[in-house]
Design a binder for this molecule. Structure first.
Ligand SMILES: *Cc1c(COP(=O)(O)O)cnc(C)c1O
Length: 223
C-alpha cells in the first residue's frame, strides 16, 4: 500500500479550510488504498474508467460517493448511471441527453458539471469558454429533465508557470459566474467549480475551487 496518510491529512485540512471538498482520485489504485482513506472517514473518490469504477463500486462500501472525472463515452453511461454521485466532464449535448435518458430509466436524477477547455494545450474535450453564448441553445434544445447541472469543471495547462495556471483557473471561475448569473441564479445547487489536481490545487483553491481532484499526492504516482 502506498497511501500517504500524512499528505492526506494536510491536503484534506487545507481543502476543507477553504470550504472545498477533496475528491481522492483513486484511478489505477487497488481497493485497499481506497479503504485506507475510507477508514479515515473519507467518502469522495474519483475514477476515470467506467469498467474500473463499476468493479470498485461493486466491491466497496455503498456510502462512497463516486465521482466520474474522465471523458465519458455515451455507450457507457448506462453502466454507472444508477450509482454515480457526480459526473464531472459533460461537454456535449449528446452526452447530456444520454445521461438524462439513462437516468430516467434508472429512476433518478444525476448531478453533472459542464467541462470547459481552459488549458493552452489542444484538447478534444471541453466546451470553449468563448462559446458561452451558444450554450443556451444546447441546454434548451437538449431535453435533460433527469440531469441537474450543478457547476463547471476544467483542467489547467500542465506547466510550472503559476501565473498562467492561475489565469486559467480564474477563467473557469468567471465562466461559472457568468453561467450562474445568466441561467442558474435561481438554482441554489449550481455552486460547484471542480478544478485543481496534485500539482496545482493551492492555486485552484485561491481561485475559488469547490472540488479539488487529487490523486498522486495521496496514492503515489501511477504507472
Ligand atoms: C488523474 C486525474 C486527476 C488527478 O491527478 P493527480 O495529478 O494525480 O492529482 C485529476 N483530474 C482528472 C480529470 C484526472 O484524470
Amino acid at each position: 500500500m502506498s497511501v500517504n496518510l500524512a499528505a492526506y491529512q494536510s491536503i484534506n485540512a487545507a481543502v476543507t479550510a477553504a470550504g472545498a471538498t477533496l475528491v481522492a482520485v483513486s484511478k489505477t489504485k487497488p481497493s485497499e488504498d481506497i479503504m485506507a482513506l475510507y477508514e479515515q472517514g473519507h467518502r469522495d473518490f474519483g475514477e476515470n474508467r467506467v469498467a474500473e469504477l463499476v468493479e470498485k463500486h461493486a466491491a466497496l462500501p455503498k456510502d462512497i460517493r463516486w465521482h466520474f472525472i474522465g471523458h465519458l463515452q455515451r455507450n457507457k453511461v448506462k453502466d454507472i448511471v444508477s450509482f454515480v454521485h457526480l459526473i464531472h466532464a459533460v461537454d456535449s449535448a449528446r452526452l447530456l441527453g444520454e445521461i438524462s435518458k439513462r437516468a430516467a430509466a434508472a429512476g433518478r436524477t444525476v448531478d453533472v458539471l459542464l467541462q470547459f477547455h481552459i488549458a493552452a494545450e489542444e484538447s478534444k474535450y471541453g466546451l470553449e469558454p468563448t462559446a458561452l453564448a451558444e450554450l443556451p441553445e444546447i441546454l434548451i434544445t437538449t431535453p435533460h429533465d433527469n440531469v441537474r447541472i450543478v457547476g463547471v469543471m476544467g483542467m489547467a495547462t500542465y506547466t510550472e508557470a503559476e501565473d498562467q495556471v492561475s489565469r486559467e483557473f480564474q477563467l473557469l471561475a468567471s465562466t461559472f459566474r457568468k453561467l450562474k448569473e445568466s441561467f442558474y441564479a435561481e438554482q441554489e445547487s449550481f455552486k460547484e467549480i471542480s478544478m485543481g489536481m496534485s500539482g496545482d490545487y493551492p492555486l485552484a483553491l485561491a481561485a475559488g475551487s469547490t472540488l479539488v481532484r487529487v490523486g498522486s499526492s495521496l496514492f503515489g504516482s501511477r504507472n
